[in-house]
Design a protein around this ligand. Structure first.
Ligand SMILES: Cc1cc2nc3c(=O)[nH]c(=O)nc-3n(C[C@H](O)[C@H](O)[C@H](O)COP(=O)(O)OP(=O)(O)OC[C@H]3O[C@@H](n4cnc5c(N)ncnc54)[C@H](O)[C@@H]3O)c2cc1C
Length: 376
């Protein structure tokens, strides 16, 4: 029986391990952290609140194949995420921008979606082919909304001006002319995992052919003991930063244990529009199945973006600039990986792309199933 090494017990590693084990391969999963589930790891704090250690993870997708695969390992709890933006005067308005945001901000009456659309178009600065995030936003929502909702947030988040960022970073954010206030209005499936993500990972990895070793760092000397290795570690780190480091943004999480009644707005997450260092606050108790035991207390978590080097090398978001300079560095690592063919690089840090959970699961299923087919 062939043995496979899998580096990383996040979604990429866990999906690979499960599919390989079911195809008859013996899998050794290692992770340098002290837990499984990668960035989706969650735990219940002493105040009875379930918290995602690496920031709020909301599951949403249109991919039925991914949902079908997941439901072998977890039940789902319906949940539609909502976000509000906190203004300087203490009011909160729906985010992404919708009809009510426009009415509240500009103090105008826009009774229909058509009027809201017309109003927004009167603010927009028409542009043929926006070449960066600033131009894209100006062409969609004009300068006032760009400067209020996007400029300070982006600076905090990326330490870059909107002009330096690729359009794809802001294109993901929908704009609505009706009262739709769900954060993921275009996704058919939106839910949380009943009992949490970590419990689902335990079930995904529970197979007689899978062994899991946490607190174990990868070293190249391990490769000789395995037929192949699927590796979700940062690709630049694997190659000793030969072409220079690939930058990532990270987040420092500030948790507060507060009385259950505290908190602004009505949404789970409140975005800050000011120029201070923090981007948003999440009230976990507003997510179903996250108030696990009633203690009269709850946790609010604020996020402070920073360079990953200033946060214990915790890599969260690959940096995508409009000139593609870091993508070009990644392409060099990718070419080297293809040439040496020592491992198959997988997941967010192995392929240097921001991927939501459903995208990682989908890519991993395809990648590993193709690999298994090719061995036949
Ligand atoms: C703040 C934040 C919020 C997010 N919110 C959402 C959301 O709301 N919805 C959504 O769908 N997605 C969200 N995501 C994305 C989600 O986290 C990713 O899609 C998913 O975690 C990617 O899985 P992965 O296996 O590629 O990476 P990871 O989960 O990062 O797993 C990789 C694992 O590899 C391990 N590893 C790395 N190097 C080594 C080494 N040398 N030796 C051993 N182990 C190693 C790491 O410790 C890690 O556990 C969010 C991400 C972040 C950062």
């Amino acid at each position: 029986m062939q043995s496979i090494l899998i580096v990383g017990a996040g979604f990429a590693g866990a999906v690979h391990a499960r599919q390989l084990a079911e195809a008859g391969y013996r899998c050794q999963v290692i992770d340098r952290r002290s837990h499984i589930a990668g960035n989706a790891f969650d735990e219940v704090l002493p105040n009875g609140i379930r918290v995602h250690r690496y920031g709020p993870h909301l599951f949403h997708t249109n991919n039925k194949g991914v949902v079908d695969w997941l439901q072998r390992f977890t039940e789902f709890v319906p949940y539609e995420h909502r976000v509000e933006a906190l203004l300087a005067d203490g009011r909160t308005l729906p985010m992404p921008i919708n009809r009510r945001t426009l009415e509240g901000l500009f103090k105008v009456d826009l009774p229909t979606a058509a009027e809201a659309e017309q109003f927004l178009h009167s603010l927009a600065v028409p542009m043929e082919a926006p070449s960066n995030a600033a131009e894209y936003l100006l062409s969609q929502i004009g300068p006032d909304l760009t400067d209020l909702f996007f400029r300070p947030y982006t600076k905090k988040m990326w330490e870059l001006d909107l002009e330096e960022l690729d359009t794809s970073v802001v294109k993901r954010i929908p704009i609505r002319f009706d009262d739709e206030d769900r954060y993921f209005p275009n996704d058919q499936y939106q839910f949380m995992f009943k009992g949490g993500y970590t419990a689902a990972f335990e079930r995904i990895l529970d197979h007689p052919l899978i062994s899991v070793d946490i607190g174990r760092e990868f070293s190249k000397s391990m490769l000789k003991d395995y037929h192949y290795c699927f590796n979700s570690m940062p690709i630049d780190e694997y190659f000793d930063f030969t072409f220079g480091p690939l930058p990532y943004r990270s987040i420092r999480f500030h948790h507060r244990d507060v009385p259950a009644e505290e908190g602004a707005g009505t949404a789970t997450t409140i975005n800050f529009t000011d120029a201070g260092p923090r981007t948003r606050e999440t009230d976990w108790s507003r997510i179903p199945d996250h108030l696990v035991h009633r203690t009269g207390r709850k946790t609010l978590t604020q996020e402070e973006p920073c360079d990953y080097v200033d946060n214990n090398m915790e890599r969260y978001y690959p940096v995508k600039t409009s000139d593609g300079r870091y993508q070009a560095v990644y392409e060099k690592y990718k070419a080297l990986a293809e040439k040496t063919n020592e491992c198959g690089f997988i997941g967010r840090c192995g392929t240097y792309q921001y991927l939501d959970m459903h995208q990682v699961i989908n890519q991993s299923l395809k990648h590993v199933n193709d690999w298994i087919e090719r061995q036949k």
